[in-house]
Ligand binder design. Sequence first.
Ligand SMILES: C[S@@+](CC[C@H](N)C(=O)[O-])C[C@H]1O[C@@H](n2cnc3c(N)ncnc32)[C@H](O)[C@@H]1O
Length: 909
Amino acid sequence: MNPVEIDDAVSTLAQQPFDAGEFPFEFLRAFGNPETTIKRLRSGSTNQSDIAGAVLQRSNIHIATCPAGEVDAMLKALRTSPKTASAKARFILATDGEAFQAEDMTSGETVACAYPQFPDHFGFFLPLAGITTVPQVRESSFDIKATGRLNRLYVQLLTDNPEWRTVERRADMNHFMARLIFCFFAEDTDIFVGEGLFTRTIEQMSARDASDTHVILSEVFRAMDTKLRDREAAGVPRYANQFPYVNGQLFSGSTETPRFSKIARSYLLHIGGLNWRKINPDIFGSMIQAVADDEERGALGMHYTSVPNILKVLNPLFLDDLRGKLEEAGDNGRKLLNLRNRMARIRVFDPACGSGNFLVIAYKEMRAIEAEINRRRGEPDRRSDIPLTNFRGIELRDFPAEIARLALIIAEYQADVLYRGQQEALAEFLPLDSQNWIICGNALRLDWLSICPSTGTGVKIRANDLFETPLDQSEIDFSNTGGETYICGNPPYLGAKKKSVDQVDDMDRVGLGKAKLLDYVAAFVVKGIDYMERTNADMALVSTSSICQGEQVALLWPRVFKSAVIKFAYRPFRWANSASRNAGVWCTIVGVSKDSACSRLLFDGDIRRECQQISPYLIPGSEVIVSPRSKALSNIHPMTMGSNPVDGKRLILEADDYRSLVRESSASQPFLKSYGGTQELLSGERRFCIWINDDHANEAQEIPALHAIIEDCREYRQGAGRDAKKAAKRPYAFCYSTYQDSPFLYVGNTIGSDIDFVPASLKERGHVISHAAFAVYGVRLAEFSLIVSTLHRVWAETIAGKLGNGIRYGNTVVYNTFPVPLLTSENRNQLERCAIDIMLAREKYFPANINELYGAKRMEFDFPELYDAHKRNDEVVERIYIGRRFRNDTERLEKLFDLYTKMTTKKAA
Ligand SMILES: C[S@@+](CC[C@H](N)C(=O)[O-])C[C@H]1O[C@@H](n2cnc3c(N)ncnc32)[C@H](O)[C@@H]1O
């Protein structure tokens, strides 16, 4: 269940008559517990409570209902219950149907309220639904509620007005929703005079059967687009005359309104009952954008860049600097003034702004700094010098673009109320400014310079309104030229296979050619660099970490380094916006600047490190880019890809097929070999292949069972591609063979996300490996011990490309580029001993396969001897590099890159 659905279920529960016996189960059901879980708790089989009538769900919650007036005592009993502790209950909850109390046993936070109000605290209990990672979600009960209610209204209106569903009408529908949201906010914040004016007017003036709700709404909207002096002539009805003139084009244009059913009308009134004063324009905007998106609606309330992640971008990009200058200025009036003037000239530009959350947060943070300046200068009521027009964005979809405009206006109003007081805020709020700050369009096809013109550039075309966005009207004058621009945001990520034809074309247009391998987000980086080259701008974007790994690095970063350096970066971190969605996405934030003298900061979790340079692989180090090599850079034995049959699986036999073939004809056995790729290496499963040398082809084909298979393969190849056709002449043999009849080191082509090392093993002769794996032929113990080391895994993770959730291992990309110091014979001996120890330790745990051994969450407890053997191996390998263990992966990478740079420079010389 998502937070909106939970809010819904909890609210419904609170509205029903209180049933002491049922309440615990209903409460758990509202947080998404399935019927089977409830059934087991009810029957007592999983209910671990030691309090009569209470329900204890292990690791989650201990709930008890009690007679009237005994909630305090019951909560105490739950707190001291031995079962609460032994079953590790996260929450305790007591209620008598009038009072409601709960406590989070880990944080000590409490909730105490009247029973009907407990749904307002549903965010407190979200960990019960597995939603633990986003404190903002917990703190945004209002935003979730409002999103849920608006979503219901939106869906109902589309059901009532199917013609509004069409692509042509979608913008009208979205504009209508933006108008409604504005009215709800305005009526709760005194922008409209009279409490609840909007909702009250609709309720009182429209018929109960909803037949004329659309007419009343239209009239109210028309009034807000008509200046007071013109209203009489325009025939604005008396009830609509109470509304102010809003302008900003929010209410201009067609006032046509969808028709309302009775249900839709009641939804509308219900939404009006919420307290919109509590809206967070940053969070709300991002949540609500899913409303207008059929695919996203299921994830309502879950999908947005969290405020801490936005600050990870904005703080090092420019806010930290502003705060530093504020600190430096102290009470020096002149310096404070300079800072204020500088801030008034700063532009913030988000080219994929969604509902404007980066812009809103940037605006709010800057207003906080400005308020402090004004306070120190003794001008607390001063009107803000930071124009909203300096916060600009582009957004592809029209609904988020509408919401972004609204969110910025609301943020401005809230900041005015906070820093200057309600009266001042109201005095200046209406009519809205009609300049256009958010452009709806494809950022990769628009000229950013005309949307966010460079210093001193004159106006070419002036936008005439805030809520209409013809693309040719994007150029407006900033009220102040001469300042800095900061490009920021979280543009979309789309890997190689996910881009549409248009998106591939977008990439081509920004000069990346048809670079299919590059993620879509790279186009925003390049477009930003183009912009920076012509302006005084820095840029920081959230991005998939894949643009800093594998082959993408060589495709993107040389273009960036032509004119910029990495000013700050975050080591890849797991995206943690919601418990389940996006769970596997690894992100980074990279900030770039044209100023090569800027200080450089690398963030690794909570560690912040100053460094001289930051490499595109997001470690301290030079801008060197690792390119695939056909031969190993170091003095290690060559690794080849396995053999490719190109046979439509004709020459490959599953274990059963192998057995029946041998049963049918034992003469075929000499022509069969064990065969496998990465899957077989990991699972230990066995497959086989037909392996016939040219010398024995005639002999083999005389065996009827083999003959049939070979003919089948010939037929397949004749009908397949060019290479297969050529190979049809030798249908008994693999199309490409790298097989050698010797023992070998067997290496997988992927490192799964649940396995912590490059999968590898040592194999006896006579085994054919497929092109889904690699081999180093010969008895290669030292190479084995290097490959299974932590050092090599870290290199592979950084240098190789991503493959789903895992990492693609490759000989040219990873093994051949891996820098190894010249190994002495003593080094080799030590490594060989480690290799043997690892293989022996694996044997000890036979029949556990590699997946089981290395996928174990706690290898040190489950397979301690193997764990120790790897620890010793890491120790030996790392001593060869620096004479001691590395402290962490960043240090490992720094050393590897340093060595790589030296070795490649030497080779080149
Ligand atoms: C990952 S979201 C980030 C939005 C917002 N900052 C947030 O955190 O919710 C990326 C946004 O880029 C928009 N987008 C996708 N392709 C775009 C393009 N070519 N030009 C402009 N915006 C685009 C999407 O509609 C989406 O709103």
